[in-house]
Design a protein around this ligand. Structure first.
Ligand code: NAD
Length: 360
């Protein structure tokens, strides 16, 4: 029986890159019953919300979802539909692999790293106090009374909670991932020298969990130092495990090292449910233009196949994509120098990948 999977084609360039991904997965012979559901700006007209109940229900039932980028609708009441989905299904891991493919324009080669980012808390908890509000004043007063420290009355405040339980499960995930994927080292990222009770807690937990995985090397790095090291000698790193904010920033830095967001997939994973996505946005200016690079969503599809236990087929598609990029004949504009017209569209790059899959 085929796998039943929720497919969200999303907004902007989403439907075009979704089509390529779906066709490549089909060409590799994976039997998938795609349950297409709407989310994002395109859902608002029909459902009055960017995240309809039937989409949520479909994800809940199928437990695996492939999601193209969503435009965050202004004034919908949602800060971000993507963040909402992560919170709603407790998708506490954001897994972002960064791999260099020969033929991609990049300053580095031979990179193969993974960022494991905590997805639920830290400064993304959404607990914020607006400047000038009554409750903000009360909080400032409370803090002055308890700590003797004065926060200016014209301040806004964002809260950064980090818990032992969430830190434990994300660090454990990183070590399990490293073990399963034969990776040699886990590096925990923090700023524990300054934020002793949040990042310090994260570091303590990471050290404790590392003690259970003596087969895998462990080290920690302060986030500012890590940023420099990633630019100077990224080849020294393997799996990075980070609280939410540092994970967000370092993920984009790593994407830059391997050729940008067009090559950068991600997975949001919980105990039961996983949502796979391209990490770039919906690039509305290119909507319907058959222009953009389909690789990030296709790589997300490859991660999804691995997660489903279809690793052989995943490898087949990845090899076909790598061949197309290396040969450089049927690639989109972002593989070329700016201004070059020697490129093909999304669809043509997809067809070239399918030909390679079929040749194998
Ligand atoms: P974006 O990633 O959509 O686009 C920025 C630029 O990156 C594009 O103009 C284009 O030049 C380039 N680009 C993006 N994807 C590409 C691809 N596949 N191939 C080649 N070039 C590509 O970022 P943005 O313009 O800041 O955001 C547009 C919308 O997307 C916003 O509404 C934002 O909220 C949303 N967004 C969604 C997600 C998501 O669904 N995961 C992530 C980021 C942004």
């Amino acid at each position: 029986m085929g796998h039943r999977i929720t497919l969200i084609p999303g907004d902007g360039i989403g439907p075009e890159i979704t089509e390529v991904t779906r066709e490549c997965i089909g060409a590799a012979g994976v039997d998938i019953d795609w349950e297409v559901r709407q989310a994002g700006e395109c859902a608002i007209e029909k459902y009055g919300t960017p995240i309809p109940d039937e989409t949520l229900k479909s994800i809940e039932e199928n437990r695996i979802c492939l999601k193209a980028p969503l435009t965050t609708p202004v004034g919908s009441g949602f800060r971000s539909v993507n963040v909402y989905i992560r919170q709603r299904f407790d998708l506490y891991v954001c897994l972002r692999p960064f791999k260099f493919y020969e033929g991609v324009r990049s300053r580095y080669s031979d990179l193969d790293m993974v960022v494991v980012r905590e997805n639920m808390e830290d400064l993304y908890s959404g607990i914020e106090f607006e400047r000038g509000k009554k409750e903000t004043g009360e909080l400032i007063e409370f803090i002055a009374k308890k700590t003797g420290k004065k926060i200016g009355n014209d301040s806004g405040i964002s809260i950064k909670p980090l818990s032992v339980s969430n830190s434990e499960r994300i660090v454990r995930f990183a070590f399990e991932y490293a073990r399963k994927n034969r990776r040699r080292k886990v590096t925990a990222i923090h700023k524990a020298n300054i934020m002793k009770f949040t990042d310090g807690l994260f570091l303590d937990v990471a050290r404790k969990i590392a003690g259970e995985y003596t087969d895998i090397e462990f080290e920690d790095r302060i986030v500012d130092n890590m940023s420099m090291q990633l630019v100077q000698k990224p080849e020294l790193y393997d799996v990075l495990v980070c609280p939410n904010l540092y994970g967000d920033i370092l993920s984009d830095l790593c994407a830059g090292l391997v050729g940008g967001l067009g090559m950068s997939p991600g997975a949001n994973i919980g105990e039961e449910i996983a949502v796979f996505e391209a990490t770039h946005g919906s690039a509305p200016k290119y909507k319907g233009m058959n222009k953009v690079n389909p690789s990030a969503l296709l790589l997300a599809g490859i991660m999804m196949l691995d997660y489903m236990g279809e690793s052989e087929k995943a490898k087949k598609i990845e090899q076909a994509l790598a061949d197309v990029i290396r040969e450089g004949k049927y690639v989109t504009y972002d593989f070329r120098e700016p201004g070059s017209t020697d490129c093909v569209g999304t669809r043509e790059m997809g067809q070239a990948i399918i030909r390679k899959i079929k040749e194998q």
